[in-house]
Design a protein. Structure first.
Lengths: 140, 140
DNA sequence: GTGTATTTATAGCCTTGGCTATACCTGATA
DNA sequence: TATCAGGTATAGCCAAGGCTATAAATACAC
């Protein structure tokens, strides 16, 4: 492979990582809304904000983006709900999170640290890598 | 633990992930500058831009931020160089990247996928997790 | 049913990290 | 050495994701 090709490939990797990053917040919010709906039967803006550790207008903005992306529905002053697509995404994200935490623990990471790091790591775990993690966990 | 405590803890995790993210680009640029210096003896803005897959002014801006953070030095129309701190960071980042790739491969991730995913994952791997990875790789 | 407290929305600001277009150096060549 | 091509900087734009302050709507208590 020429040096130029390597450079292009590296640029692609960075582009991919940037794109994953733009999905990450969306995923976090969707999962959180799903959690709140399961726990309390509703997802209020105030709860979303406090669980995400952001100010309330930030949560409002994020929900607007979820709506724009077709992942959630919300009427003013009412709670937030997930579309089918949003709910499916939430399930995938939750499963991936659990797998990442389990993998980290399996290779010797302390449980608390695993939870902390998984929050950032999970968004960059591709389907192939996720499959490998599951295989590894199964085969122990 | 009360529900409120759990919520606070979760908010902290998100805050941590957000902070890690703000370091990630800095780390990528520092490592790239280090690579270019090693390969070509100099790090030109144009090369940085093409390897990062961004437009040239974006690279210029990033270098300005590196300077602001005390990681690099640069004079207009001259190349970019790393401070001692920047060079040390580059070394740590490079080592961490290698360890993450190695760990992914060790648990069964295909090599190419490992390289792809590591680019995003590495920035969220804490020192504790890194240590666990190294331990795991050694003990096989 | 009125008034107040709480919750949500809106306005407006900041920084980061992208971009394009354009101006400005610098170095190589004729 | 004058010119010009290429590399770099600057200006100015955008979207995302934070924030505070404030307006508006809802819900609850009396």
């Amino acid at each position: 492979m020429t040096e130029r090709d390597e450079s292009l490939q590296q640029a692609d990797r960075f582009a991919r990582a940037r794109e994953a990053q733009s999905m990450a917040l969306l995923e976090d919010y969707v999962e959180l809304v799903s959690d709140l709906l399961a726990e309390h039967g509703e997802a209020r803006i105030a709860d979303i904000a406090s669980r995400m550790g952001v100010a309330q207008p930030t949560a409002t903005k994020a929900v607007a983006r979820l709506k724009r992306e077709g992942l959630a529905t919300a009427r003013p002053y009412r709670g937030v709900f997930l579309t089918d697509e949003g709910a499916a995404l939430a399930d995938r994200v939750r499963a991936r999170h659990r797998t990442v935490v389990a993998l980290l623990i399996a290779v010797g990471v302390p449980e608390e640290t695993a939870e902390l790091d998984a929050e950032g790591i999970e968004h960059h775990v591709s389907d192939r890598t996720l499959a490998a993690f599951e295989q590894f966990l199964k085969g122990r």
